[in-house]
Design a protein around this ligand. Structure first.
Ligand code: URA
Length: 210
């Protein structure tokens, strides 16, 4: 037994050195695994936002979706309903998805943070680093073909960069082998409607790829 453990330890050490950082071993179906992760989030008190939330906002949509949208954090409406992108920015996101010829129910939508920051302030780096493992696990489960990151925070956190969203958007990137398109956040578009055409350019690239 100790020989087996020793060789497993050596193997995992080798894997870690070559860049493997996590394993998700389970024979459970995808929906059961996602429910387990959601249960962890339901009990999560890793950061102070846990005490302030009305509801966690885990994610919604098709768990087998080819396209996943990742936003920043729940707002007021999302906190009340426990669903992502159901406020004003969410209505715009729904319009964008439908303009792409897709039903909202056929994509998967989630956020970097699962709890609402007070007054909808930006996520703090420590909140992002404490919460992002849940998102990594969601991505590993859903296995989308394409991730569309909405805004600076989702784009920078998943790409591990500080490059501005203005420079990142509109270009294909890669997140763990998954095609990754950063674009402007719908809340930004509500304030800057003239940039909607840029987002539409980005969505056309996604549609071509799909
Ligand atoms: N903004 C986000 O980034 N996510 C939501 O769920 C709602 C608004």
């Amino acid at each position: 037994m100790s020989d087996i453990l020793k060789s497993m330890r050596n193997y995992l050490k080798m894997e870690k050195e070559s860049g493997v950082s996590e394993y998700l071993f389970s024979s459970k179906p995808k929906d059961a695994q996602l429910s387990l992760i959601k249960n962890e989030v339901l009990n999560c008190q890793k950061c102070p936002l846990g005490k302030m939330r009305k509801n966690i906002v885990f994610g919604a949509g098709d768990i087998n979706a080819k396209l996943m949208f990742v936003g920043e954090a729940p707002g007021h409406e999302e906190d009340i309903r426990g669903l992502p992108f159901v406020g004003e920015a969410g209505m715009l996101l729904t319009k964008i998805i439908e303009a792409m010829g897709i039903k909202r129910a056929d994509v998967y939508i989630c956020n970097i943070l699962k709890c609402r920051p007070p007054q909808n302030r930006n996520p703090l780096p420590e909140e992002t680093s404490m919460c992002i493992d849940y998102l990594y696990a969601q991505i590993a489960m859903v296995k989308p073909k394409i991730i569309c990151a909405l805004g600076k925070f989702a784009s920078q956190a998943l790409l591990g960069t500080e490059i501005s969203i203005g420079k990142l958007r509109g270009n294909w990137h890669e997140y763990r082998g998954i095609k990754f398109m950063p674009t402007y956040h719908p809340a930004y578009l509500l304030r800057n409607p003239s940039d909607k055409k840029l987002v539409w350019e980005d969505m056309k690239k996604i549609m071509n790829e799909l």
